[in-house]
Ligand binder design. Sequence first.
Ligand code: GLP
Length: 244
Amino acid sequence: VVFSNSVEASICVAQEIATLIKLKQANNKPCILGLATGSSPIRVYEELVRMHIEEGLSFSNVVTFNLDEYYPMDKNSIHSYFYFMHQHLFNHVNINPNNINIPSGSVSQKELHQYCIDYELKIKEYGGLDFQLLGIGRTGHIGFNEPGSHYNSGTRSITLDHLTKIDAAPSFLGINNVPKKAITMGIGTVKSAKRIVLLAWGHNKSSIIKDTIEGEITSEVPASYLQKHSNTTFILNEEAAQDL
Ligand code: GLP
């Protein structure tokens, strides 16, 4: 779906999430949301916060699983996705802190493998993700599933692509400060969500959006695996859609 501007598009996505939260509430069920970081979803979170404050949208039944975190990363660092999510959403709504799941960038190397298996298991124990929000990196990554990721991959540690580090460098004040690794949900984890919405704004995403939607399904463009998911919508602005 192509919108003329990203604000209107983000409001539309926030409305879909709010409707799902309320539907689950009416059925006394938890609402399991997979959430993303980066600049793309910020306006969606802003709208959800507005709905909470002005319209009383409750997050009491919401359980969240974030896609990824840099590794290593202290959760209190301004660069952590933990910090990002609290700043943009969690600090402003009535979510139970016990219901917030974000991969920890401070588990030891020794514990890392088991930690990832447990993160994956916890999602399954909730019956899987009801809704997964995604952005896309210029390498075609979703979460931090860089080129080469297997379509069936689960939560794991991954080495960041050079282009991903270049894109992250300005906020880290230089590429040498960007962590070399991350923890990410897998393609398999994302694809098991009942509903997926991917957001992309701006000219710099247009080429990877074309490859993702119109190109072949390949591990070289991990987001292209979404072509096989039956309930995925790409929400784009005109600039991101210009090459389609
Ligand atoms: C990071 C995140 C991704 C995100 C991507 C794009 O790499 N790990 O989940 O989709 O950035 O970020 P932006 O939305 O700022 O373009």
